[in-house]
Design a protein around this ligand. Sequence first.
Ligand code: ARG
Length: 465
Amino acid sequence: MKKMWEGRFSEASSELLERFNASIMFDRELYEDDIAGSIAHASMLGDAGIITKDEASAIKSGLEQILAEINEGKFEWKIADEDIHMSVEKRLSEIVGKEIGGKLHTARSRNDQVALDFRRFVMRKNREISVQILNLIKTLLEISNSHTDALMPGYTHLQHAQPVSLAFHLLAYIYMFKRDYERFVSSFERGNFSPLGSAALAGTPHRINRHATASALGFYAPMENAMDGVSDRDFALEILFNISLFFMHASRLCEELILWSSSEFGFIAISDAYSTGSSIMPQKKNPDVAELIRGKTGRAYGNLMGLLTVMKGLALAYNKDMQEDKEGVFDSVKAILESVAILNEMLKTAKFNKKNMLSATERGHLSATDLADFLVREKGVAFREAHFITGKCVAAAERAGKDLSQMSAEELRGIDERITPDALAFLGLKASMDARKSFGGASSSSVLAQIASVQKWLGEKSSSI
Ligand code: ARG
């Protein structure tokens, strides 16, 4: 098998080396970017007079034919061709002849070629992922909008803490996903610069036009330093980090969906379409989707750690170690795209059980802080003492087998006479929630303001995509 680089070699490669060295098994994923990059490069070479216009157009049609062959599954992939770059170039020479095909690689190296292909792929995925995250935010916002009055316990330490609405709880996730969205967008903005024309590491003596290829390929501009152009993989690390952080957020939501769908909580019924059964227990309905998303978080972190470690301490410029940069990114990208899509559908089709959420809110004396705050604000009691008195009321409620919010005026008065009947208005669960009017708080008015703010933001985003 002839190799493109075999000129200085006198012995053939071993088969072991061929397999070990090759990346074609996975980097063929980049074929569209590789071909687009080559078309832009060839037409720039033609415009700059480095090859003739006729040669450039023959190369372009040859490359378009290859694209069609790959799309139609007719392209023959061979390990011996090593990688996507050489596979395409070799086929090009078969189609247009070696004389012309051999000119495509003028003023270019596989080092800038792979950096280009991979970067272009990652930039496209940054966009695809960010659009999908917007859809997820829209779904969560719709659910929030229709559950502003759905009371549920807010938790700390997984213990009932204070009453909130489902809307308020979901808004917390909306803000996480909003930051995730912004991270993918900002990685795009920072990374969308073209390495093409960096050549092997130091640029080229040919009079190329890097600005032309950068803009033809949808980049803002060429990268300013050729050595950085071929050595930098920050864009890949950023998408891996962004994906990891998204998964960290999604895994927390999924953990809650898993808890909420248990008989102990009963807050949510995940639709049959997104649940699975057990092979032995006929009654079971399992939240596998949420568990799998929680589980995929592990591989997202692994891929990030993997590439951070590959890049550590690598002397400039290109090193073959960097061939290890792609599989983890492909894997994480696939995992997030699948996960966001199914999470979105699962949420859209889930039913929240307001009755169960409300009755959970009636357990655990969620308005205890409100009674203490009443004593402080209305009766001038020091907070520490108010805390103590309220503690006594909670104990009395426990003895009476009631929630604090269900205690009568007389019962409370009997514990401390400063608890006048007007205290009752503060003890209701809805009143307790609505009292938290501080900016960003759980009150209905604050929640409506948060919904309006996210809606406004979404409106601006949707028009700019
Ligand atoms: N398959 C290689 C990679 O993925 C392409 C670049 C090879 N460059 C080189 N100088 N060997 O990194």
